[in-house]
Design a protein around this ligand. Structure first.
Ligand SMILES: [Zn+2]
Length: 174
């Protein structure tokens, strides 16, 4: 079993060629290092939403091998598209620089993390404003109840300085 991150799977026949396929354990580590990096870099509401989206990809809650996603389903917003895309690339770069790794109780396999980050970067780079699915941000937000972190000030994990989602801190629990 594994988790797959793809780009515009519904309309792009080439999608499978550059999908990011990760082992289940590798996925947890990959999301861990993104949450640590983004927790230290996010400034705007939109950037924090991206980090909550990633924190939701928690296999201990959602199930092992069920947290793959499509880049176009991330909470993109037309008004801040360029800024958000640039932010995601900085989060990837921060993960390469091991931002926040000192808070982890284990040592990630750098070689595997670098490979996953490289493939993820290529997928993010392909995203354009034209690929934004109208209404997807509104739909994602509408699934959040009033106690959801996206609606109550984006709390963070004190231990990891990562944004938490409704399931808590992904780094603590997955
Ligand atoms: Zn934590």
């Amino acid at each position: 079993m594994s988790n797959m991150i793809c780009f515009n799977f519904r309309s792009d026949k080439n999608a499978l060629k550059d999908d990011l396929s990760m082992s289940n354990g590798g996925t947890s580590v990959f999301i861990n290092v993104l949450c640590l990096s983004g927790g230290r870099l996010a400034q705007t509401q939109s950037q924090k939403r991206f980090m909550v989206f990633l924190a939701e990809k928690n296999q201990s809650v959602c199930g092992i091998g069920t947290v793959g996603f499509d880049i176009v389903d991330m909470p993109w917003n037309r008004d801040s598209f360029e800024e958000d895309k640039e932010f995601m690339l900085r989060v990837i770069e921060g993960a390469r620089r091991k931002l926040g790794w000192e808070t982890l109780g284990y040592e990630p396999n750098e070689e595997i993390v670098a490979e996953y980050l490289g493939t993820f970067q290529k997928l993010i780079e392909r995203m354009t404003a034209n690929d934004i699915i109208e209404g997807s941000l509104t739909e994602w937000l509408s699934e959040a109840d009033e106690n959801d972190p996206v609606k109550c000030g984006f709390p963070k994990c004190k231990k990891h300085d990562a944004y938490i989602c409704v399931h808590g801190c992904q780094v603590c629990t997955d």
